[in-house]
Design a binder for this molecule. Structure first.
Ligand code: ADP
Ligand code: MG
Length: 483
């Protein structure tokens, strides 16, 4: 009998580790930068040498709170760090410093948008912890290398409630979360390089059932797309097991991106005993009202607020508003652009049209766009004033401006002889040439096939290489054809 997958509800909780963009590590002055020659960002604190004492990085605390405020979490005022004890080669101290019972951000929510509409995903917590080092298995056939540059780099772990119900929702959540992290400039959100990492906890239950099913945790998900694939695969696998009357074991599994399947890494017999206790080397720390308010004031407008501003104040269609707000840097550029033009719709059309495709073609980011906003505004003005057509501006002038961003759009138009002609005799000459080339069509027009006017206008446009002022062309054509 066919399995009715629709009888089941998928339940997903995501744990995201985001590497904070601080200059230094969480508890010492070593560089927190990605990469570097192995084991060059390693002071005695990172190495866990006896007697080395940790000291808390204030900026990391600030970034964690910034994320919490953006996600509407409550901020814990009285904090301490705990030692989470376990043995692993990439963990020289034998424990990880983390937050245990007092995550710095409690609860909160992230609003997602899917085909089904808008929904808030509930967060459980956001806490601060240090990263571990990295084992390198592929540089020597026998030995495993250890690079401790990453050990001690600050992370926030963002944990949702078991509140997501499909791969699509997880996809939307992670996309939104990454957007917020990037807007806040607390994490670069690069899943391929591992500065944003996600574990997916998945279970299934019959619809209507209250109790949660046994979960599996999938690791090694290095893209948002793979998180979706893994959840979809796991949901099917778990339902198949239940339908076959087999028990589900609580497991940690790994995702294989080549075929979209997962395989078991380890089965959890019982809960790990990490022997948590407050780190005696780090005094508890308080978040004061003053600190909190400074952080609150430093939060830039987030995508949702920008979408509201663009649709309500600037009257842009929602599609345009979302397109611009999708990326912090495109929104930043747009904000600077509209200081120089009030033609908001044209500004949006330019950014989402020629500018975005040109950046894509060259694999550039918004922040690499060489053209200054005031210069693009001048180009928009030339079109507005009818000096050039939009297509000439986009196809002929804009590419030159990308190459030579220092030049004036008007100079480029003049030097390429692209200024639209409002010279009656010049346009009349093009019209005569156009009509002479298709006498049959002229006869048809005169017999009543008035729709042919478009063809004539098009021909004049072609002959003039787009320079003939379209309004004037139309008017002169009509005069000519009436005779
Ligand atoms: P663990 O101690 O195994 O890491 P937690 O209770 O801390 O488990 O939860 C980790 C993540 O797993 C959270 O995002 C939580 O929402 C999610 N989770 C917990 N139980 C389930 C379940 N039965 N099904 C799906 N997700 C779950
Ligand atoms: Mg876990």
């Amino acid at each position: 009998m066919a399995i009715n997958y629709d009888a089941y509800e998928v339940v997903v909780g995501l744990e995201v580790h985001a590497q904070l963009l601080t200059r230094t590590k969480l508890f010492c002055g070593d560089s927190a930068a990605f990469g570097g020659e192995p084991n060059t960002h390693v002071s005695p604190v990172t190495l866990g040498l006896p007697g080395a004492l940790p000291r808390l990085n204030r900026v990391a605390v600030e970034y964690a709170i910034r994320m919490g405020l953006a996600c509407h979490s409550d901020i814990e005022r009285n904090n301490y760090f705990a030692r989470k004890n376990y043995f692993y080669p990439d963990l020289p101290k034998g424990y990880q410093i983390s937050q245990h019972t007092t995550p710095i951000c409690i609860g909160g929510r992230v609003t997602i948008r899917t085909a089904a509409g808008e929904r808030d995903i509930q967060l459980n917590r956001i806490h601060l912890e240090e990263d571990a080092g990295k084992s390198l298995h592929d540089i020597d056939p026998v030995y495993t290398g250890i690079d401790l540059n990453r050990a001690g780099v600050p992370l926030i772990e963002i944990v949702t409630e078991p509140d997501l119900h499909s791969g699509d929702e997880a996809y939307a959540y992670l996309t939104e979360l990454r957007k917020i992290l990037r807007y806040l400039e607390v994490c670069d959100g690069n899943m391929e390089e591992g500065s944003m990492r996600c574990d997916a906890n998945v279970s299934v239950r019959l619809k209507g059932e209250k109790a949660l099913g046994t979960k599996v945790e999938v690791k090694n998900l290095n893209s948002i797309r793979n998180v979706r694939r893994a959840i979809e695969f796991e949901a099917h696998r778990l339902i198949d097991l239940l339908e076959a009357g087999k028990p589900i074991q609580q497991q940690t599994r790994s995702f294989d991106a080549t075929d979209g399947t997962t395989f078991a890494l380890r089965t959890k017999e019982e809960a790990n005993d990490y022997r948590y206790f407050a780190d005696p080397d780090l005094p508890p720390f308080q978040v004061t009202d003053e600190f909190l308010e400074t952080i609150r004031a430093s939060i830039p407008p987030l995508p949702e607020a920008l979408v509201l501003k663009y649709t309500r104040e600037l009257q842009l269609p929602e599609y345009d508003a979302r397109g611009i707000a999708d990326d912090k840097d495109s929104a930043g550029y747009f904000e600077r652009l509209i200081r120089h033009t009030t033609n908001y719709k044209a500004a949006a059309n330019w950014l989402l049209g020629p500018v975005r495709s040109s950046l894509n073609e060259r694999s550039l980011d918004w922040k690499d766009l060489p053209i200054a906003p005031d210069s693009l505004a001048l180009l928009i003005r030339l079109v507005e004033e009818g000096k050039i057509s939009f297509s000439i501006a986009a196809e002929r002038i804009f590419p030159v401006l990308m190459q030579e961003p220092g030049r004036q759009p008007l100079d480029i138009a003049v030097s390429l002889n692209l200024l639209q002609s409002s010279d009656t005799s010049e346009i009349t000459a093009w019209i005569e040439q156009a009509l002479a080339g298709m006498p049959d069509k002229v006869t048809e027009y005169k017999k009543g096939k008035k729709g042919l006017i478009g063809l004539f206008v098009g021909e004049v446009k072609k002959l003039s290489k787009g320079k003939a002022d379209p309004k004037l062309t139309n008017q002169l054509l009509l005069e000519k054809l009436e005779n």
